[in-house]
Write a protein that binds this ligand. Structure first.
Ligand SMILES: [Zn+2]
Length: 254
């Protein structure tokens, strides 16, 4: 059970008991909802939130096993979200009949293939990540759909990085991606990137562990014809740029 204080439990019970008894939730439904609620009294990504969620954070040890690289395909398999993510906007970009998720899949699976052929352990993740997820490098793959005049890619770390390595991962991805694709780097990020739900362990159970070095990439703008052509016709190069960035990072940091 994830209710951490009596006050939180009381609040929920009051909510469940509000209204008439004829309208009360079934016990099964109530338990399902209760188990989905993660109580967090502190600001997102704060130190207080970190130690509230992970009291033994300072003694954390990497899980045993081979080095693992995680590739999240943005927006893949996103129906039936769990209760905790029901209000999070996870709709991907659209350009005519083209959906962003298709581009993300085309490139994400190719990145995995390249790294697996080199002997790395790779895990492909859908839009909703497992609880408390740890990997030695995590990248979430997306593409923008904005003003057609804008060409470029963006990369962001979580709002606060407790892995101590996310900025190195970011630099490595930018450098290799630019080299492989020739797409211009836009040195900006949005709150949708820094506070990306899969990064936000302070708000959701289904998020990365804070020790996971993570970045999110917006690979280009699918409404810009130059970017779109590179992403589709040059998808192997695009994937190679991401794979090289990930490989360089793990080689230099583990
Ligand atoms: Zn997206």
């Amino acid at each position: 059970m994830l209710i951490k204080t009596p006050e939180a439990l009381l609040k929920i019970l009051l909510f469940l008991l509000a209204g008439t008894t004829s309208n009360i939730l079934s016990l099964d439904k109530a338990i399902e909802i209760l188990s989905e609620i993660y109580f967090q009294p502190y600001p997102e990504f704060s130190k207080e939130a970190l130690y509230f969620r992970y009291p033994d954070f300072d003694k954390w040890q990497r899980p045993e096993g081979p080095l693992k690289i995680a590739i999240q395909i943005g927006h893949m398999i996103d129906s039936n979200p769990p209760y905790e993510l029901r209000k999070v906007s996870r709709t991907g970009g659209v350009f005519g009949p083209l959906k962003e998720v298709e581009i993300n899949k085309l490139i994400g699976f190719e990145v995995a293939k390249i790294l697996e052929e080199k002997g790395y352990k790779v895990e492909i993740l859908p839009a909703i990540v497992p609880e408390n997820y740890y990997a030695d490098a995590f990248i979430s793959i997306h593409a923008n759909s904005t003003d057609p005049k804008v060409s470029g890619f963006m990369v962001s770390t979580p709002f606060v990085d407790y892995s101590g390595k996310a900025f190195k991962l970011k630099e490595s991805i930018i450098k290799e991606y630019q080299k492989a694709t020739g797409i211009n780097f836009i040195d900006e990020f949005t709150e949708n990137m820094t506070h990306y739900y899969a990064f936000n362990w302070s708000k959701f159970k289904r998020a990365i562990h804070p020790k996971t070095p993570a970045v999110i990439i917006e690979m280009g703008n699918i409404r810009n014809s130059k970017d779109l052509l590179i992403l589709i016709l040059g998808y192997k190069n695009v994937a190679l740029g991401i794979a090289n960035g990930l490989e360089k990072f793990v080689r230099e940091n583990y």
